[in-house]
Design a protein. Sequence first.
Length: 247
Amino acid sequence: GLTNSWPTCINLASTFNRSLIYEVGKAQGSDFYNKGINIALTPCINLLRVPVGGRIFEAWGENPFLTGEMSSELIKGIQSKGVIACAKHFIANEQEKYRYCSNSVLDERTLMEIYIEPFYKAIKKGDVGCIMCSYNAVNGVYMYRNKLMKEILKDKLGFKGFIVSDWWAVYSDSPDSINNGLDMNMPGNISKIPFFGDFGFKTSYWSDIPNYVNKNLITEDKINESTERIISTLFSICPNLNKVDIK
């Protein structure tokens, strides 16, 4: 069926209107909910740092404070309708050229005051249920296994939801991904995109997790933590799931 078309976030940000953005989030949440969608892969809260970036329209501009304020209202609106919002892309994913292999080199103050600020607001004001990690590396370590996920999002900011990879952003079977905070690997299996013809993506790089657990490279407690984060977020935000009788 049909769905609504919405102004881009870069245009919504120009309103400087928190209550309006919240109402937009509620309406978008209703759209997602009525389509049977549990997780909305929005909002994009990266910053306008490269003017030719192809996804600038998805985000809220160059100001970290404005981005945090607007996106947290959108998140609250979406989640008020029983749909999990997913803030993305963590972190310093501000360009599309070489998006799969770029390396963002940042000192701690720049990281915290500029790039983390919108995620701080998404967590503290928006109570966002899901955060997506990015393709790029930060200070030489790709985000799917970067300790910043655990150290900043979970430990320092107290994020209670779950972290999901961008699609095919898990580049190896390293146990560091789960140990450093990644909870869900997407899409997690062999997948083909129709307009690419017969071109297929590799199967999940998490196939060796049972071996890592057996070798004590990943603890069962860490697996349980990720599972609990995913399930508890689904049941706390998505009302229809509370009606499911789990055997």
